[in-house]
Design a protein around this ligand. Structure first.
Ligand code: RIB
Ligand code: CA
Length: 307
């Protein structure tokens, strides 16, 4: 089986951390690099978190790059209230000697897409600022990128406002550039990721793996769950790993071809992914949108590959 070359663009973040390890340990994927963006926490911290996760998981050959520190227009909105001040509260990840690469994440994205024309899959699980900047800096990548699979948006309710999901809300202008780029796009939104919930049983199954990584991740997820529970009375969702799981096994998620427009102006609707089945006011479909997920099979893959 030919491996799928992937660049994982992320903002670790508890669910991003799980997505990094899942991507690295999936036989279907060749993890070519990890690019970090400001989102859940500042970009210095998301990059530091990515390095620590790589160190903990023994991923010493996956290059990590630091990207955009601010959204294109917005002030940065972070999510310390959910992920904690470090962005990975709930466990002490050991310090690592790994360091970020000198190349900027945006330049790395462009360079790799040109090196592997029509082969690169970008899995984007944070705000889309890095991806949009790469498109603005080098528009030709819109013809050369195989696909983008992103966690973000929602057909229904958002999680930052009733209209908007966090990754899109942080940088709606970047999202609009990405959704209008013409790059083949799969949007995995809250409608399906909210079905992949972190239960105590799942945490115990992960902890039973017995490794230091398993114990650390079980502690991280327990903290993440408690944080969401305190905030909203809900269980935490494994948003980002759903995007990785979809690349590994597309049968896990059902999608429909839709027209997705990004609201950038509405006082109460800014950051909304406005999804129409097929055309919308003459505008062509531009994304496959996740409408169903096999959550038990996603968890099965996750638990097996966290081992
Ligand atoms: O809305 C969920 C998304 O926002 C996830 O990517 C999570 O990591 C946060 O970035
Ligand atoms: Ca994320």
């Amino acid at each position: 089986m030919k491996k799928i070359p992937v660049i994982l663009d992320c903002d670790p973040g508890h669910d991003d951390a799980v997505a990094i390890v899942l991507a690295a340990r999936s036989p279907e994927i060749e993890l070519v690099g990890i690019t970090c963006v400001a989102g859940n926490v500042e970009v210095e911290q998301t990059a530091a978190n990515a390095l620590k996760v790589c160190g903990l998981a023994g991923l010493r050959t996956v290059p990590v790059f630091k990207g955009m520190a601010q959204p294109l227009l917005n002030e940065l909105l972070t999510a310390e209230h959910i992920h904690g001040k470090s962005g990975l509260d709930g466990a002490e990840l050991p310090p690592t000697d790994l360091t970020v690469q000198p190349t900027h994440a945006v330049d790395f994205l462009i360079e790799k897409i040109f090196t592997f024309p029509h082969e690169m899959t970008i899995i984007a699980i944070g705000p889309l600022t890095n991806i949009a900047m790469a498109i603005l800096r080098e528009p030709r990548i819109t013809e050369l990128t195989k696909q983008i699979v992103l966690m973000g948006g929602a057909m229904g309710m958002g999680n930052v406002t009733p209209s908007a999901e966090f990754n899109i809300y942080v940088d709606p202008e970047a999202a609009r550039i990405v959704f209008n780029s013409g790059i083949p796009l799969t949007m995995i939104g809250l409608d399906v990721t909210h079905q992949v919930l972190v239960s105590r049983d799942i945490i115990e199954q992960i902890r039973q793996n017995g490794t230091s990584l398993a114990h650390t991740f079980a502690s991280l997820l327990a903290w993440y769950n408690a944080s969401l529970n305190a905030l909203s009375g809900e269980l935490a969702a494994m948003h980002d790993p759903c995007a990785v799981a979809m690349v590994c096994d597309p049968s896990l998620i059902a999608t429909e071809l839709m027209r997705v427009d990004i609201e950038t102006r509405g006082e109460f609707t800014r950051g909304r992914t406005v999804c129409a089945r097929g055309f919308s006011a003459g505008r062509m479909p531009n994304a496959r949108v996740a409408v169903g997920i096999n959550a038990p099979r996603v968890w099965k893959m996750l638990i097996e590959r966290l081992r």
